[in-house]
Design a protein around this ligand. Structure first.
Ligand code: NAD
Ligand code: UDP
Length: 313
């Protein structure tokens, strides 16, 4: 039995990861400060005696004996990470230092949940891991993008200087049950708007693209990455290469919900990337992984989740 620490364990992705790690027979500790996470996401796991919940902020050191660390703590939606940009940078950077220090002390393997945002508004399409990105260092997204880029730097440096066993994955837009209904991300926004019969808010003309990955596929990719040998560090893209415009997504959500909502157009936020699609050649080769859940299938499951959530009130 492995003992595994998941920072950000009460968040959207973290809660699915904790659930899966427990199912696979591990002892799991969720560490979270509940900034964007919620106990409701993990309450169904709390009867399991091999699950522990710790309220802690990753910007402060934390001591524990573990075999593996998944470092997910960081707000991920633009409205949440832009709410307190200084704290977002601290969470990424000091969180990485603290968790890498812990990994070094106890000789644990540590995986960083990095992001496609390290590519910024990309000039290379689809994005391959060797692309260095196109990020505005002082823009409204920089607290997140640059924080995550420094975290990658720290991971590599701890590996090179101190032999820490690191893994870096770059996660592309992921959706599914337990996304925060009000966090402003496009999939949750559109589904909630469609279910309530409200206008669907497309920013800009809606011709910007994203590639949407269902959360179960991401969890499979994360576990496959953690299980790779010590010689493979990443970074590796983990995302679904199916690319859609935001307008196409809006239409799909309307079709799947049977909603009477109208699409309206609102201003495009500053520095909003125009296109995003992962090249997953490396993940296929090194992790023997690729996503299997089609957008319609994943959206249907997510719609059911939000429908129940809204009915609960
Ligand atoms: P989320 O906001 O639901 O989860 C983040 C969790 O981290 C929350 O539970 C939050 O309370 C916690 N947290 C935030 N700051 C903290 C701090 N200082 N100390 C302790 N806990 C803290 O977001 P998510 O979508 O589940 O994302 C999880 C990770 O995956 C993040 O690191 C994010 O950057 C990365 N990621 C997600 C996506 C995506 O599309 N969901 C894409 C790329 C990368
Ligand atoms: N978006 C939109 N309407 C919304 C929310 C988001 O058109 O109600 C757009 C947003 O401008 C971006 C895309 O959808 O182009 C994805 O936004 P999200 O915040 O989900 O993720 P990110 O921009 O970080 O990829």
């Amino acid at each position: 039995m492995k003992r595994i620490l998941v920072t950000g364990g009460a968040g959207f992705v973290g809660s699915h990861l904790c659930e899966r790690l427990l199912k696979e027979g591990n002892e799991v500790i969720s560490l979270d400060n509940y900034f964007t996470g919620n106990k409701k996401n993990i309450v169904h796991l709390m009867d399991n005696h091999y699950f522990e919940v710790v309220r802690h902020d990753v910007t402060q050191p934390f001591f524990i004996e573990v075999d593996e660390i998944f470092n997910l703590a960081c707000p991920a939606s633009p409205i949440h990470y832009q709410y307190n940009p200084i704290k977002t940078v601290k969470t990424s950077v000091m969180g990485a230092v603290n968790m890498l220090g812990l990994a070094k002390r106890v000789n644990a393997k540590i995986l960083q949940a990095s992001t496609s945002e390290v590519y910024g508004d990309p000039k290379v399409h689809p994005q391959t891991e060797d692309y260095w990105g196109h990020v505005n260092p002082i823009g409204i997204r920089s607290c997140y993008d640059e924080g995550k880029r420094v975290a990658e730097t720290l991971f590599m440096s701890y590996h090179e200087q101190n032999n820490v066993k690191i893994k870096i994955i770059r996660i592309f837009n992921t959706y599914g049950p337990r996304m925060h209904p009000n966090d402003g991300r496009v999939v949750s926004n559109f589904i909630v708007q469609a279910l309530k019969g409200e206008n669907i808010t497309v920013y800009g003309e809606g011709n910007q693209t994203r590639s949407f990955q269902y959360v179960d596929d991401l969890i499979n990719g994360m576990l496959a990455m953690m299980a790779t040998g010590d010689d493979f560090l990443g970074p590796v893209n983990v995302g679904n290469p199916g690319e859609f415009t935001i307008l196409e997504l809006a239409q799909k959500v309307i079709d799947l919900t049977g909603s009477k909502s109208k699409i309206i157009f609102q201003p495009l936020p500053k520095d909003d990337p125009m296109q995003r699609k992962p090249d997953i050649t490396l993940a296929k080769e090194k992790l023997n992984w690729e996503p299997v859940i089609k957008l319609e299938e994943g959206l249907a499951k997510t719609i059911t989740y939000f429908d129940n959530l809204l009915k609960e009130g």
